[in-house]
Design a protein around this ligand. Sequence first.
Ligand code: OAD
Length: 246
Amino acid sequence: MEDLIKRAARDIVEAKKVVALTGSGMSAESGIPTFRDQGGFWEKYNPEVYAHIDVFFSQPEKPWQMVKAFDQQLKAKPNPGHLALAEIEKMGFLKEIITQNVDSLHQQAGSTEVIEFHGNLRRGVCLVCGKYYEWGKISLEVLPPRCECNGILKPDAVFFGEQIPEEAFQRSYEASRKCKLMLVIGTSAIVYPAAGIPQVAKQAGAVVVEINPEKTPLTNFISDYSIIGKAGIILPEIVRELKRLA
Ligand code: OAD
């Protein structure tokens, strides 16, 4: 594993233009459960019942019940993996993070170029007038919460059955085509279109490096190599190695 960490640091220095694709495993060490691992979020909340856009339109209180449960987790703090990615950006290597996460922890850690591929749970948007509400400003006492215009608020995250926000989609694909190395961190890589992003980078000639304690459909197929382990341990080690090379 040490050899792979050194290899990743060398490849990052050589590539200069690095993009990261992150998934829920990135925030696991901040205490936020992933979706599909044992004890994961979808074990408790069937996405067909709680996270499909059709459910939102017929029973808007259902998804909000799930979001209310997520509330505690939104108090989570960035872990050493998030902080390491922010540092790799400051060093000038990491140009963009494409995240499937809706928790804002990359931004809290200090990353500035973050594309929210699946939106953000810390915002609500009024379906009538389009006004945005930050998390602390939304009362969850009566569900679904409503806007001052009385329109129903929707969590500003992407539901199943919904399109990826156009700007995030375009920016992600452009970044993936331009990067020379892609770090794929903490995602099972089975939910499309996000799961197709590493392939876009690969086809454009980038080196693809996975960081995950488990294998994924990308392993030995799209990824050039995989560093098997936790993001909160591997990424700070890569930063240490980058500093040694500097
Ligand atoms: P998953 O739950 O599908 O996958 C989590 C991945 O994180 C798995 O591959 C784990 O092995 C890995 N993992 C667990 N702990 C880790 C750690 N400490 N460090 C690194 N990796 C770790 O979650 P996602 O891939 O994020 O979409 O799921 C993708 C999308 O499916 C989500 O954005 C969400 C969900 O349905 C929507 O809600 C639209």
